[in-house]
Design a protein around this ligand. Sequence first.
Ligand SMILES: *[C@@H]1O[C@H](CO)[C@@H](O)[C@H](O)[C@H]1NC(C)=O
Ligand SMILES: *[C@@H]1O[C@H](CO)[C@@H](O)[C@H](O)[C@H]1NC(C)=O
Ligand SMILES: *[C@@H]1O[C@H](CO)[C@@H](O)[C@H](O)[C@H]1NC(C)=O
Ligand SMILES: *[C@@H]1O[C@H](CO)[C@@H](O)[C@H](O)[C@H]1NC(C)=O
Ligand SMILES: *[C@@H]1O[C@H](CO)[C@@H](O)[C@H](O)[C@H]1NC(C)=O
Ligand SMILES: *[C@@H]1O[C@H](CO)[C@@H](O)[C@H](O)[C@H]1NC(C)=O
Ligand SMILES: *[C@@H]1O[C@H](CO)[C@@H](O)[C@H](O)[C@H]1NC(C)=O
Ligand SMILES: *[C@@H]1O[C@H](CO)[C@@H](O)[C@H](O)[C@H]1NC(C)=O
Ligand SMILES: *[C@@H]1O[C@H](CO)[C@@H](O)[C@H](O)[C@H]1NC(C)=O
Ligand SMILES: *[C@@H]1O[C@H](CO)[C@@H](O)[C@H](O)[C@H]1NC(C)=O
Ligand SMILES: *[C@@H]1O[C@H](CO)[C@@H](O)[C@H](O)[C@H]1NC(C)=O
Ligand SMILES: *[C@@H]1O[C@H](CO)[C@@H](O)[C@H](O)[C@H]1NC(C)=O
Length: 574
Amino acid sequence: MLVLLISFLALLNSGAFGIQLRRVFPRAVAACPSSTSDCTLTSRQQLQSVENGVNMNITGSPVINSAIVPLTLSSDQRSYYTIIQSGHTSFRIGLDTASADLWLVSSSCTSGACSALPKYQLGYQSPTFVPVNSNSTAFNVSYADGTVANGFVAMETVQLSNLTVPNQAFGVVTDTNVTSSDQVSGILGLGFPRLSRVFNTVVNATPFFATMAQRGLLDYPLFGISLTRNSSGSLTFGAIDGSVVSNTSLIEWNEVVPFAPFAAESNTSSYLQWTIPMKNFFVNGTAAAVQPTFPNITAGSSLALFDVGASGIFGPWQDVERLFTSLGGRLVDASGQWAVPCDVSETIAFQFNQQQFVLQPTDYLIGPATGSPGLCLSWPRASPPSADGIDWQFGTPFLRTVYSVYSFGIDRKEPPMIGLYPLNAATAPVESPEQVEAFFSSASAAIATTLPNFPIATPTFTTPAYEFNVSVTASQGAIVTSGLATSTYSAVLATKHANVTAIQALTPSPTLVTFLITQDGQVRTSVSTVATPTVTLGAPPGWNAGTSLSVPMDIISMSSLLVVLFSFLSSTFL
Ligand SMILES: *[C@@H]1O[C@H](CO)[C@@H](O)[C@H](O)[C@H]1NC(C)=O
Ligand SMILES: *[C@@H]1O[C@H](CO)[C@@H](O)[C@H](O)[C@H]1NC(C)=O
Ligand SMILES: *[C@@H]1O[C@H](CO)[C@@H](O)[C@H](O)[C@H]1NC(C)=O
Ligand SMILES: *[C@@H]1O[C@H](CO)[C@@H](O)[C@H](O)[C@H]1NC(C)=O
Ligand SMILES: *[C@@H]1O[C@H](CO)[C@@H](O)[C@H](O)[C@H]1NC(C)=O
Ligand SMILES: *[C@@H]1O[C@H](CO)[C@@H](O)[C@H](O)[C@H]1NC(C)=O
Ligand SMILES: *[C@@H]1O[C@H](CO)[C@@H](O)[C@H](O)[C@H]1NC(C)=O
Ligand SMILES: *[C@@H]1O[C@H](CO)[C@@H](O)[C@H](O)[C@H]1NC(C)=O
Ligand SMILES: *[C@@H]1O[C@H](CO)[C@@H](O)[C@H](O)[C@H]1NC(C)=O
Ligand SMILES: *[C@@H]1O[C@H](CO)[C@@H](O)[C@H](O)[C@H]1NC(C)=O
Ligand SMILES: *[C@@H]1O[C@H](CO)[C@@H](O)[C@H](O)[C@H]1NC(C)=O
Ligand SMILES: *[C@@H]1O[C@H](CO)[C@@H](O)[C@H](O)[C@H]1NC(C)=O
């Protein structure tokens, strides 16, 4: 299932705003400070020595095979985005771990959803553009919320910080109703190749992260995500964020569940989604076992999807109803929404492997309902049974409480894994009602709604037939011969994760970056005066929209009116 649920609100950027980002600066800070033998991760890395905190290869040039970039919560709070370059043009791109295609709106897109966005300029003859089938291979993705993006498949050099991936397949979107805020021009799907529409259409056209893993471009074939409610989160490739994870041994690793068929005849692995087994949930420390929709498929565990593109937590009715019964909540909408008293003084928690991952009220409450004083809407929301057997879906409210690591797995050596590092102390006292109230009033999180004051009946559902219906089963953690990262990587997570400390840690620069965007050429928010490299979204180098008559009007107005300014602020912060 293509669960995207970025479900951006149709909230177009209504004017100038400023956000603060930590500056992108992917220095390969050594996790292996003194000797190369401690950090033999890849054959590439064996060539390196470590000097001055930056990895150098034998020619003395810095080796950039990991990167850290800031992640920003969009102003509609629905998604997290970062910046990539495609064809030497910068774009904001929304992250999604439950889809596997990269796409950008192009200058041919005239749909309303494209109108205010920086676009991939087809009129600019990008020297790194590589056509696929003379631009005639259709690109079609659809997401769980019913939105679609259509266009054609092409290849470009895609850059994320200092990681450069030539010939990366992507969707050049000419028509979409996926709406976004904050000038976000597309989606970066970080799922497995089997989930990718492009990969299933064009031979060997792997998704961005798979491409890097299979070409051996990363120090280790993984990415890590830190999410905050502002711009201080991070996305790393090839390494983890050492400013968030202080002890890599405390990351709990979970083997990813494969989906049938476990075909040997193709070069696609059976891995499909970033999904792991889940055993229990807890209300204020009291455990309840999950009730899987297809218990026979997953040996009594439920399947939990980790989805940075989802702005909520979702579970099956049979579990969510029991959770809110314990929490003293009530169903307020037959779509599966519950509310609880805002002065709830209990934690909830989820257990995948051994550890409990604890959520405080300010993590799981959505906010107070304005028309129903004292009641707060709450995650998780209940979902009908899904034919793919995925019962739980952990989006950003959960992912903000952990550092999550997504390891692609290595051909013949190591299965894919999700690593979870708790950021909430399991033993911390539950937040007081006063803390919860103060949090929601400062976050202006009130929701303009009046909740029904009568009981809502629990709907009934027919469980669909299991979608991956084959008699063959594969054990979780299956090591496959192809379709994962190149086997030149040595496996550091296999065998009880013994060598996990060999994974590099990157630290974001303490320098702050402030974006200023205006739509009328005037910078409305002023920041510090320090040197200001300028990044313009959606405009290739030397691009002068005024001289290009082949581009539609909306591009011309967009390019000339959009000014993006980075200000680097020295900071004592961090
Ligand atoms: C990219 O790497 C070069 C050295 O190869 C370095 O000078 C530059 O600062 C790096 N860029 C970023 C954004 O880290
Ligand atoms: C060393 O790094 C430079 C610059 O990144 C690169 O061009 C060169 O191929 C590298 N050499 C080796 C042996 O990896
Ligand atoms: C494919 O698209 C690119 C970018 O717009 C364009 O330069 C090229 O001419 C197109 N090729 C064909 C065969 O239409
Ligand atoms: C988006 O377009 C698809 C296909 O036309 C349609 O089924 C869907 O309802 C639309 N969704 C929205 C939110 O407009
Ligand atoms: C797929 O995309 C192409 C190109 O935009 C479009 O013509 C076609 O109608 C789309 N197909 C579907 C099923 O949406
Ligand atoms: C951003 O959020 C983090 C974590 O919640 C917090 O520690 C930090 O102070 C916030 N930064 C800003 C600039 O608000
Ligand atoms: C990291 O955690 C492990 C496992 O709990 C512990 O043995 C080790 O001492 C910790 N290391 C540091 C530096 O705290
Ligand atoms: C799998 O990959 C190998 C090596 O690239 C290739 O020779 C083989 O034809 C591929 N098999 C399929 C079914 O695509
Ligand atoms: C599930 O497994 C149990 C025990 O093995 C078996 O009795 C039952 O028929 C199975 N149910 C289905 C739907 O396959
Ligand atoms: C939840 O547990 C905490 C202690 O961990 C306790 O102080 C609090 O009263 C409990 N809440 C309820 C509603 O039982
Ligand atoms: C699998 O699908 C076939 C055909 O749709 C059906 O006859 C069979 O009962 C299904 N098996 C299971 C275990 O659901
Ligand atoms: C850990 O790495 C060391 C040195 O790279 C290697 O000798 C050892 O076999 C590795 N251990 C495991 C369990 O992979």
